[in-house]
Design a protein around this ligand. Sequence first.
Ligand code: C5P
Length: 227
Amino acid sequence: MSWVVVPAAGSGRRFGGAFPKQYLLLDGQPLIGHTLDRLAGHPAIDGIVVVLAAQDPHWPGWRERCGKPVLTCVGGAERADSVLAGLRALPSSVSDDEFVLVHDAARPCLRAADLEALIEQGQRHPVGALLAAPVRDTLKRGDDELAVLGTEPRDGLWRALTPQMFRRGGLTRALEAALSAGVAVTDESMAMERLGLRPLLVEGSEDNIKVTTPADLALAEFVLSRG
Ligand code: C5P
């Protein structure tokens, strides 16, 4: 059984428009509502901390989903600041040794089977784990003028997805260390890797997409419509 931190304090700059992407409507409810339902609807999840932007006028004020508690706190300038705020806002009943999950609000299409595989494999691993998908495209390195400099071998390369799963205390210390060193960590695993730790990759579904552009929104709608 685990708590989940859901960072939802982003402004959605890359999506365009003034409205944060996590509140765009998907099949009649805000994108973040789908994300929370997929998490709270699973028996392995105890409760959720949603990390919101300061003075977020869009949050509908949910205090529970599917009968599970939903707590909120205020995030920070970067995703790592927001995740750290969420870890600090977890109830005191969650010990430092307990595994917690971190899952982006902008990923509404998480499958129960992926969540189960992550928890099952992650809790047996000394460090923790993350969902990930193998890179399938050919990778090019380009310069500022968009000239191709070369082709990067894709063997052994994975795209990091969420959820990611680490012990509350260890992840808190890893994020604190990264932030105080001024290192921009874009996921939880990266903060752990900086300390020489080697999290486990758990292969997840390609359709666990992060809604970043309007095209992703249409794709998420399609994935959700298939159940
Ligand atoms: O910006 P990116 O797409 O990586 O954001 C991933 C998730 O992190 C989103 O759900 C976004 O709302 C959240 N985020 C956050 N605080 C920030 C930046 C992003 O909670 N400062």
